[in-house]
Design a protein around this ligand. Structure first.
Ligand code: CA2
Length: 148
């Protein structure tokens, strides 16, 4: 089982700025925690971060043969038809994650292009959201394989 994890623009700054909004853990911390959990589950994890929309589209296309995607598209969540199209084109089973509760924030953050092509969405649980996404995808993929 192979799962791709993509973090979008500015998430490389985690732990350095705005801890009241996004927490104090760094992206490296999150990737370490995710990798440890993936090892326990027997999942092969590929983690990437990019500030570039086209690069994120290419990453999704290049990993279209993976089993699932965990994505926090950052600000592109609310603007990017291209990222949503790439997810739809690859048909990757996707969980969208947001550290903050986007529905308690500015109106422009309430709409997500990714949500329309995702299996599920987790928002507001901080870095725990990534771990929940991994556990949920592992459970779903295991169930799907058992019933195939
Ligand atoms: O809550 C989330 O995870 C977001 O995807 C974060 C995005 C924001 O545009 C979305 O609406 C919600 C922003 C990521 C910026 O990350 C920073 C981290 C530390 C310091 C500054 C920005």
């Amino acid at each position: 089982m192979r799962i791709l994890v993509i973090n979008g623009p500015n998430l490389n700054l985690l732990g350095q700025r705005e801890p009241e909004l996004y927490g104090s853990v760094t992206l490296a911390d999150i990737e370490t925690l995710l990798t440890a959990r993936a090892d326990e589950l027997g999942v092969e994890l590929w983690c990437a971060q990019s500030n570039d929309e086209g690069e994120i589209v290419t990453l999704i296309q290049e990993h279209g043969d993976f089993d699932a995607l965990i994505i926090n598209a950052g600000g592109y969540t609310h603007t990017s038809v291209a990222i949503a199209d790439a997810i739809a084109a690859t048909q990757l089973l996707t969980v969208e994650v947001h550290l903050s509760n986007i529905y308690k924030r500015e109106e422009f953050r309430h709409h997500s292009y990714v949500a329309a092509v995702a299996w599920g969405q987790i928002a507001g649980l901080g870095y725990h959201g990534y771990l929940s996404a991994l556990d949920s995808l592992h459970r779903r993929l295991t169930e799907d394989a058992a019933s195939a």
